[in-house]
Design a binder for this molecule. Structure first.
Ligand code: C2E
Ligand code: MG
Ligand code: MG
Length: 715
């Protein structure tokens, strides 16, 4: 309020004007009131300076100046108090209002006596003289700093909230209860693939039918809103504008009016498609075998349980079929895991081809597969499927140009006769499978209660073996190898026995497979290697004629990186010359993976030890390895030798092996020579050495020592 207007002096009689200025009493009254008012009433002359003619007591509080300091510009003019930045704006606002004969109403800043800045609101009106000329202006000025500050804060808060809304990465929405958008932020439009929120609001007129893939999700959303007034992490699949679908998670609440009626829903949306994908992936990984993609044990158990529940309801049967590949360990150990993996993949797909879509093939691990058959699970139906399984597994498998023949052993258990839980059925099928293995493999067996015993025994055996090693219960027996030419003992095979504290002497066939399965064959094999070398050296030290000692190696030992070191250790500990040690490897061992085998064999040969191929004739048909590997002995398997004099086929095979061995420059040993007739035949066909009961059974070291002392000539 700074315009130069009329002169009015406080308490002076007022000149007439269109607006009555009141008499003295009125003035006093006003004065009384205004002294208590928060604000300042003023009258200001219309002159160049805008001189205050009257200001109420509120002046001091408002401006920090006393009224007398302001009146007639005694100390300072009101124009000087007005903030210079606002001065012009205020003047023109007042001027414009007065020219239009209006009241004015303006807000601006003043600088108080103490230098502080306050916001004020000024309302005023022109006062006219008797001739209608404008003689002064009168008005009221009030401190509105608090309101302005509050307003500013409010404005700032609103601006911030809007910014959060506009820039949030979460979608934010308000919708009507019947499924139309009231408001949405850009993030929501982005999530649903619309160019703008406005475009989305126009396009999506019916959320339930246009948005949700599964429309009942919207019903569920509304139900939850009705019951709880909110939804938390509500996940659903929705369509985007381009027709693709994504997964979202919503948090929302119902906003109600004072009567409790729902006005709208508001909430947030996040795109959880990626998380869902990962969750799905994790779920898949947790329930499937990585190599074959078949269900794993966890999912299998679930499938069996489900099959049992369904079968209970429908009074049906369930068959659990346990399939174990025969000799897979051997292939895996001798050919390497990469071949083993390819083989498992192939077998998995063959097994899968035998079942119907509602049935399951799972991989338990290793070479163990389990099928769950739901329908046709009566015995003839199951047998039909099993025969097919045996057939497809036996089909030759060709890998990188090599042909392999495989077989499997199968055990079957049934719900309800053998059990009513997944665990029991699986255990029973497992036991039945072992029975099939014992029955010679490549066959199947149904579970019978007596089999439980077998399973327990097998588990106990592995534990007993571990203890036997600790308690030093293993013994080495020696079976002489005799030269056919002069009947002299040229070597002996070290054969392990288990001196069981209760069961007596146990032959290796009944514990070597378990030792191989459990990995115990490695320490056991190391023990016999050390013992055989030590014994052989002891005989030499006793002045007996030096012989070669043969030790059987399991393929599992051969895969151990420490095998060569173990042999070096046994030789150096016993101080036995390497040429008096021979290692026997079974034929199947040499099948493939020539390179890897070659490295180990070359290392062993480098030490100077001899090598023999054991059980020759029972393994795989490829003979090419005979040329490749520097072996010393071929040991003809005893199954060909036992009936050599009566069975013409065996005779022909043995003759052929001897010829083949000699052609390749190898010494041929016949195992299992039991009779004079066997011996005669072999001698006649120039077999180099024999081993068998005819000459001697495997015997303990002292007996062997006696034989060496006698060095009997049988020729
Ligand atoms: P193998 O290496 O072929 O051993 C020859 C087997 O034939 C021995 O059985 C021996 O007692 C038996 N035998 C010898 N002469 C005759 C005979 O005239 N007639 C008959 N019917 N059999 C005869 P054994 O000692 O029971 O060993 C069986 C198999 O156990 C061995 O076959 C070998 O594969 C394995 N084995 C034995 N000791 C060890 C060992 O220390 N380590 C490993 N890894 N395997 C071993
Ligand atoms: Mg042997
Ligand atoms: Mg043998």
């Amino acid at each position: 309020m700074t315009l130069p207007f009329l002169n009015i002096v406080k308490d002076r009689p007022q000149p007439s004007s269109r607006k009555s200025t009141g008499d003295l009493n009125t003035t006093r009254l006003i004065n009384t009131i205004t002294s208590d008012l928060v604000g300042m009433i003023y009258r200001c002359s219309i002159d160049d300076l805008g001189t205050m003619e009257f200001v109420s007591e509120g002046c001091l509080k408002l401006t920090g100046y006393r009224p007398d300091e302001l009146i007639f510009d005694n100390r300072i003019s009101y124009g000087q108090i007005t903030h210079p930045d606002d001065l012009e704006r205020v003047n023109s606002a007042i001027h414009a209002a007065l020219s239009a004969d209006n009241t004015y109403d303006t807000e601006y800043r003043i600088i108080r006596a103490d230098g502080s800045i306050r916001w004020v609101s000024e309302r005023g009106v022109g006062v006219f003289g008797a001739n209608g000329e404008r003689i002064a202006i009168e008005g009221f000025i009030q401190d509105i700093t608090d309101r302005i500050t509050t307003n500013k804060a409010l404005h700032e808060a609103l601006r911030r909230y809007r910014s959060i809304f506009e820039n949030a990465t979460e979608g934010i929405f308000q919708t009507t209860p019947n499924g139309r958008y009231i408001d949405a932020n850009p993030a929501l439009a982005r999530i649903y693939n619309y160019p703008t929120p406005e475009a989305m609001i126009v396009a999506l007129q019916d959320i339930q039918h246009q948005l949700y893939v599964n429309q009942s999700r919207r019903d569920e959303f509304v139900r939850l809103m009705f019951e709880h007034g909110n939804v938390r992490n509500f996940e659903s699949q929705v369509y985007r504008q381009d027709g693709s679908s994504i997964w979202i998670s919503e948090n929302a609440r119902a906003v109600k009016d004072t009567n409790g009626a729902v006005q709208f829903y508001e909430g947030t949306v996040v795109d959880i498609t990626e998380r869902k994908y990962h969750e799905e992936e994790l779920r898949y990984q947790a329930s499937h075998d990585i190599l074959t993609g078949l269900p794993n044990r966890m999912l299998l158990m679930d499938r069996i349980e489900r099959a049992i529940s369904r079968a209970k309801r429908e009074e049906q049967k369930v068959a659990v079929v346990f399939v174990d590949l025969d000799h897979f360990k051997l292939i895996n150990d001798s050919l390497g895991h990469h071949v083993g993996d390819r083989l498992l993949l192939e077998m998995a797909s063959r097994l899968s081809s035998c079942i119907r879509s509602q049935d399951t093939v799972a991989r338990l691990g290793g070479d163990e597969f389990v099928l769950v058959l739901t329908e046709q699970s009566d015995e003839p139906g199951v047998i039909h499927i099993i025969r097919r399984l045996l057939e497809v597994i036996a089909h030759p498998w060709i890998d990188e140009g090599h042909e392999y023949s495989l077989s499997c052993s199968i055990g079957v258990s049934c719900f309800p006769c053998d059990g009513n839980t997944a665990d029991t059925l699986l255990q029973c099928a497992d036991a039945a499978m072992y029975e099939a293995k014992d029955a010679g493999r490549n066959t199947f067996h149904f579970y019978t209660p007596a089999l439980n015993q077998t399973v327990t025994e097998r588990l106990e055996l592995a534990n007993d073996l571990r203890r036997a090693l600790e308690r030093d219960e293993f013994r080495v027996f020696y079976q002489p190898r005799v030269s056919v030419a002069d009947g002299r003992i040229v070597g002996a095979e070290a054969l392990i026995r288990w001196q069981h504290p209760e069961k007596g002497l146990i032959a290796p066939d009944s514990f070597i497979p378990t030792a191989e399965e459990s990995g115990l064959i490695v320490p056991i094999g190391q023990w016999i290697l050390n013992e055989a070398c030590r014994q052989n050296r002891a005989w030499q030290d006793a002045g007996l004629p030096p012989i070669s000692i043969s030790v059987n190696l399991s393929p599992i030992q051969f895969r151990q990186p420490g095998l060569v070191d173990a042999v070096i250790g046994a030789l150096s500990q016993s101080e036995l010359a390497a040429k008096y040690l021979e290692l026997e490897l079974t034929e199947s061992f040499f099948m493939q993976d020539a390179e890897r085998i070659n490295v180990a064999i070359t290392a062993l040969k480098g030490l100077g030890v001899a090598l023999a191929i054991d059980d020759f004739g029972t393994g795989y048909s490829s003979l090419s390895y005979l040329k490749r590997f520097p072996v010393n002995h071929l040991k003809i398997d005893k199954s060909f030798v036992l009936e050599i004099d009566t069975n013409p086929d065996d005779a022909a095979i043995v003759r052929a092996i001897i010829t083949l061995g000699h052609e390749l420059g190898l010494q041929v040993v016949a195992e299992g020579v039991e009779t004079q007739a066997n011996y005669e035949f072999l001698k006649q066909h120039h077999c180099d050495e024999i081993q068998g009961y005819y000459f001697s059974r495997p015997v303990p070291a002292p007996t062997m020592e006696l034989q060496l002392q006698k060095m009997t000539v049988i020729a």
